[in-house]
Ligand binder design. Structure first.
Ligand SMILES: NC(=O)c1ccc[n+]([C@@H]2O[C@H](COP(=O)([O-])OP(=O)(O)OC[C@H]3O[C@@H](n4cnc5c(N)ncnc54)[C@H](O)[C@@H]3O)[C@@H](O)[C@H]2O)c1
Length: 416
């Protein structure tokens, strides 16, 4: 096993790149962290962090103080390059289809291309559509013809090694999961996968599963799509049960008594920047075949509108309804609002003027832009309609006596 110290260039210092860069630095590698955001680079070089993740501040400080991690705005030469840049959708696509935006990956590839040397390892960590690692290889071959070697037939080989190693860490537990999780390592060649495995072994205790790059890309997309389809089933059930006058929470609890049934819990939709995004990468690549995956996305995306309709129907009973929205984050006990259905519902209630909206998010202090936040007690006192959008611990302990006079819409089954 090769555990030599290497110079590793990590491109993109966000939720994924910064913990990875810091952990590599604390394991003795020389790490050059690259980010186009000058503020991010300054913050990191001062030993601080610009994102919320438990214990990351301590790790970054120690990595920077050791002299093994420095942040810069443009790449330099190294032995290995890790790309951890965003992979969102194209904002304005024709036909409003959800098309993956690979511009960040292309830009990152272009930025490292001049610094690549024969024998270097390039690892794509961003969640990517199938074929993206090959696309990077093609771009490097174009930009650096000196690194392309003629293979058999028309095939060209690069003298740099390329692999895709998807990241599967859970926000809030990133530092533990970076070390403990198994890794899927897909090389364009077997040698590339083996080289990537050797680098990950310097900080990762989980199993290393070697495969080709396309399978690794698909594995990550499939993991999130599988979750999305399962949640869509639960969300669909919640709407069917509402129509049929059945308590969905009790129903799921009973059905899950079957030894081979495990239905997930419904909610107000699906949020976060992974499960709500990645399935579309499969749909975009195989639109005719990915029928179930597309439908699951549509079911989950439609759920906030169903919740909104229910609130509107209840609000009609009041002259000046006060609607208390409990929770804004995309899941319980975190402060992350990205792609949050709770946020979408709350903002839409405000926009459409259904009533006076009082939002409460115990994990965020103050307010967020033009959305003022209220204390839980205040919301419980003043609201006519209580809309539970997130199953935060704080809400579970609310005295049921306080709910007696209220209309309750509990999208998470907190007070089931
Ligand atoms: N955050 C997660 O929990 C998570 C989990 C698994 C996978 N992923 C995937 O990892 C990838 C990165 O996600 P993230 O959450 O770290 O994103 P992020 O937005 O937190 O960080 C990305 C960083 O890349 C920088 N950047 C953009 N273009 C650049 C360029 N050309 N050169 C250098 N820096 C550049 C940005 O300034 C930003 O700091 C995405 O593909 C995401 O889907 C994220």
């Amino acid at each position: 096993m090769n555990r030599q110290r290497q110079t590793v260039v990590v491109v993109g210092l966000g939720y994924i790149g910064l913990p990875t860069a810091s952990i590599l630095a604390t394991r003795g590698h020389t790490v050059i962290g690259v980010d186009v955001n000058e503020g991010t680079v300054r913050t990191i070089n001062s030993g601080k962090i610009h994102i919320v993740e438990p214990d990351l501040d301590v790790l970054v400080r120690s990595a920077v103080n050791s002299g093994n991690l420095k942040a810069v705005t443009a790449p330099e030469e190294g032995d290995a390059f890790i790309l951890a840049v965003p992979t969102p959708f194209v904002q304005e696509s024709p036909g409003h289809e959800k098309v993956p935006d690979l511009s960040y990956i292309d830009a990152a590839t272009r930025s490292i291309a001049p610094f690549l040397r024969e024998g270097n390892l390039v690892i794509l960590e961003s969640t990517s559509p199938v074929g993206t690692t090959e696309r990077i290889a093609g771009l490097i071959a174009e930009l650096r013809p000196d690194l392309a070697q003629e293979g058999s037939g028309a095939r060209k080989y690069l003298s740099v090694h390329l692999a895709h190693c998807p990241e599967r860490v859970l926000p809030g537990h990133i530092l533990r999961e970076l070390v403990d999780n198994d890794r899927i390592i897909g090389g364009i060649t077997r040698v590339a996968a083996e080289k990537a495995r050797d680098l990950y072994k310097s900080f990762c205790n989980g199993g290393m599963h070697l495969t080709d790059a396309r399978t690794a890309e698909m594995a990550k997309l499939v993991e999130n799509s599988s979750r999305d389809v399962s949640i869509a089933f639960a969300n669909e059930l919640s709407m069917i049960c509402d129509k049929l006058g059945i308590n969905v929470w009790e129903l799921i609890e009973l059905a899950n008594r079957h030894p081979r049934v495990n239905i997930l819990q419904p909610g107000p939709g699906v949020g976060g920047h992974c499960i709500a995004v990645d399935p579309w990468f499969i749909v975009a690549a195989a639109p005719k075949e990915a029928r179930l995956i597309r439908t699951a996305r549509e079911v989950n995306d439609a759920k906030p509108h169903w919740v909104l309709d229910r609130v509107r129907a209840k609000a009609e009973r009041f002259k000046d309804p006060v609607i208390g929205c409990l929770g804004l984050s995309f899941k319980a006990n975190i402060d992350d609002l990205r792609e949050s259905p709770a946020m979408e519902i709350t903002l839409e209630l405000i926009r459409s003027g259904v009533g006076r909206v009082m939002a409460c998010e115990p994990n965020i202090e103050g307010g967020r832009g033009d959305l003022p936040l209220h204390e839980m007690d205040e919301v419980l006192r003043e609201a006519d309609i209580l809309l539970v959008l997130v199953d935060h611990e704080e809400f579970k302990d609310i005295d049921r006596e306080l709910l007696k006079e209220k209309v309750v819409i509990d999208t998470r089954g907190v007070w089931r």
